[in-house]
Design a protein around this ligand. Sequence first.
Ligand code: MSP
Length: 514
Amino acid sequence: MQCRLNHNDAYITTPIYYVNAVPHIGHLYSSVIADTLRRFYALKNYETSLTTGTDEHGLKIQQAAAKNNTTPIELCDKVSDSFRKLCDKANIQYTTFMRTTEPRHAKAVSHLWNALLNAGYIYKGQHEGWYAISDEAFYPDNQVHKITDEQGNDMMVSTESGQRVEWTMEENYKFKLSDFEQPLLDWIEQNPQVIVPANRKKEVISWIQAGLGDLSISRLRSRLDWGIPVPNDPENHTIYVWLDALTNYITAKGYPDTTEQISAKVHVVGKDILRFHAVYWPAFLMAAGLPLPQQILAHAHWTMGKQKMSKSRGNVADPFEVMETYGVDPVRYYLMRDGGLADDGDYSEDGIKKRYKKDLAGQLGNLLNRSTGESLNPEGKVPAMASIVDSRDKTIHDKLTALPGIFDTHFEEREFNKGIVAIMDMLAEANKHFTDNQPWKLKDQPERRNQVLYYALESCRVAGILLQPVMPTKMDELLSRLGVPENQRSFSDAALSCEMRLLGPSTGVLFPRL
Ligand code: MSP
């Protein structure tokens, strides 16, 4: 299944968020990773797009609306709006905000259904199994187990999600997922980076190797009418919400009117929804003859006090409040620096404060302050590079020169924390170079003093360029202070510059004390 790929095209997606609960920090995490990736590719001059949005159909929403004495669409409008506000607040620069209740989406889903039907992959069958309403998923016997709740009642739960399951039997439409075991395994083998990190890829391979049963892809309309009707049986069946939701990724790109450039460079998802993205979604696409995604990046979760975040436990962080307190960019920085990719990260405000003080104010802000301040830089300029690099400058010179390549490799390998650590290491070295050379004692040696200033200011500029995807607003401020024109802020500009440049106007301290 070859897709027509423009290699300079980076289409990035976030999951679409359920509207049965308001946004929390975990949702923001998925979105910040996706937005950072989009900006990273924009930095490298790719054509980029980012889609996000809300997942509005299904039993969960139907039930949440009933519980809140409202209609499903009223609930959807309200909560969808709060996710849109979260994007705006966090500077998530989406190109489309998909809502699955939009007519264009129903058209895409119906079209995809018909493509699967016409290709012979849908049949009507009896379906019974362990069904979790909260996950909207059936689970096989070997993926459920019995627990006893606090009241002493026995119940069955899904091993993967921990959600309650009930034995359910109904007649519905099924998708021949079992036909795709080998094609999926081949796809993963031929594209080693298609599921990352490696621990998740292993998980997916083991699920497939354990055998894929056919998948129930409709629900009785009598039980669930909040969804898109099955085109060939609209009175009796509603399309399974995950088939509906996953399709948003191609609706956003104009499917079915076009099938060009609809494949994602990266689907950013949480580990809890990996099966849907790494097994069902590529199987649907293969069956419909559509291009496959290039990568599924499944991040780990944020815990709090080492516990799973949950509303009932009262340990969920409100992303709006945290950004209000610490600023948008420091929160984005913290999520990307300390967030778990392969393993869960433990969220705390102390963690945010620590990064703010140590990395942002302590390294970057400090170096910028010292090197742009009136006393040491009265002419307000970035001096030209001296023709000979002094031996005392070698370490920082080499670190600075190597940094863009190192950063790029880590980001391409989705090791965001390592990419950020490399920048902070370079900045620590630059601060040390500055302190060791004591430019305040070099009044009589203007050439040497200029060279010391040069390395400090270049370190700020290179760090500023590379950190734009993570902290777009603060790095814009920093680069403007350094007098870097807007058309000289792309990845290729992160090489050492030789020419003198005037600083821009001072706009105050970049990372003021909290
Ligand atoms: N609606 C589905 C996705 C459909 S995509 C076609 C869904 N929605 S969700 O609102 O429950 O979750 C959205 C994202 O938030 C998932 O990627 C999930 O992993 C992420 N997070 C929810 N809680 C989280 C944490 N505690 N930590 C990190 N991310 C978490 O699933």
